[in-house]
Design a protein around this ligand. Structure first.
Ligand code: CP
Length: 311
């Protein structure tokens, strides 16, 4: 693998999921692969799971890890040809080349503005690093995608499914803040590549990009969509059409034990209890959110392993 900025960068998804499950059983099997290699992780935004699981994954492979909270460094300019006489002290063109001398792999977390759709969709932060860095780039959640989370979700589903083709429902949930579409986008794309029967449910106005949903069924009736589900993935996202707007906080969309039925409950975390999902669900045996978070390590580890093997 040359980079992991999107799900389609995985050369063979089913083999990669199998390899991740094997790494989970024997995490130190490749502990010399990353010897004398460094992962530099750049955070433009907060993180708990991504930061800790990716660091753990790299260390399981014998890598050194350096973490930079970008807000502690010089303010970066991303536009070309700018006269930099305002608040930006360093151009990404220079920063990315410099960091590449300290890193064998660079991982980037950079959320969208949720105000400038075209700029967010251009993935200008992630793609600037991809353009100017001279080492592979890993996406730790960008403006439109969270492929490491989606790979962890695919591993979790593969481990837990008892059916050849389980019914999976992605259900929107209310949230007090406007959140990105990245997790939902990558989850949908990942499920489209697996043997699952996927349905999306959300209030009107919350349609994800058609470039993502393609022909996946969308049902605005949550109760109907959830019928006979094996896995229910709950996530809030802001409107894509009315870009970045929080149009609806109807708590009738919160996931409850009654609505969940016998399905397993999935969420990427962090989650607001009793807003997105009630305590009774999260604290039940049907919740697999802690397993998903554990699988973030093996998703990152299999990706780093495949990149290291191609260096
Ligand atoms: N799910 C996830 O990416 O968690 P963090 O934002 O804590 O990294």
């Amino acid at each position: 693998m040359k980079n992991y900025t999107k799900i389609k960068d995985i050369p063979n998804l089913s083999e990669t999921i199998k390899d991740a499950i094997l790494l989970k059983m024997n995490p130190f099997e490749f502990q010399n692969l990353g010897q004398h290699k460094t992962l530099v992780m750049l955070f433009f935004n907060s993180s708990l799971r991504t930061r800790l699981s990716t660091e753990k994954a790299a260390k399981n492979l014998g890598m050194e890890v350096t973490i930079l909270n970008v807000n502690d460094a010089w303010n970066l300019e991303f536009e070309d040809g700018t006269i930099m006489n305002m608040d930006k002290s360093e151009h990404v063109k220079d920063a990315a080349q410099v960091i590449s001398q300290y890193a064998d792999i660079i991982a980037v977390r950079a959320f969208p503005s949720l105000t400038d759709k075209a700029k967010d969709e251009s993935e200008f932060i992630l793609n600037s690093f991809k353009k100017y860095a001279t080492v592979p780039i890993v996406n730790m959640e960008s403006a439109t995608a969270h492929p490491l989370q989606a790979l962890a979700d695919a591993i979790t589903l593969t481990e837990l499914t008892e059916k050849a083709k389980p019914k999976v429902v992605l259900s929107w949930a209310p949230h007090p803040k406007a959140l990105p579409q990245a997790v939902a986008n990558s989850f949908v794309e990942m499920m489209q590549d697996l043997e699952v029967d996927l349905t999306i449910t959300h209030p009107e106005g919350y349609e994800l990009s058609e470039a993502i949903t393609k022909d996946t069924p969308i049902n605005h009736n949550q109760e109907e969509a959830l019928k006979d589900a094996d896995f229910v993935y709950v996530k809030n996202w802001s409107s894509y059409k009315d870009y970045g707007q929080n149009l609806n906080q109807d708590n009738n969309w919160m996931m409850t034990q009654e609505k969940l039925g016998k399905a397993k409950f999935m969420h990427c975390l962090p989650v607001r209890r009793n807003v997105v999902v009630e305590d009774a669900v999260l604290d039940s045996d049907q919740s697999v959110v802690i397993k998903q978070a554990n699988n973030r390590t093996y998703a990152a580890q299999v990706v780093l392993k495949q990149i290291l093997e191609d260096l």
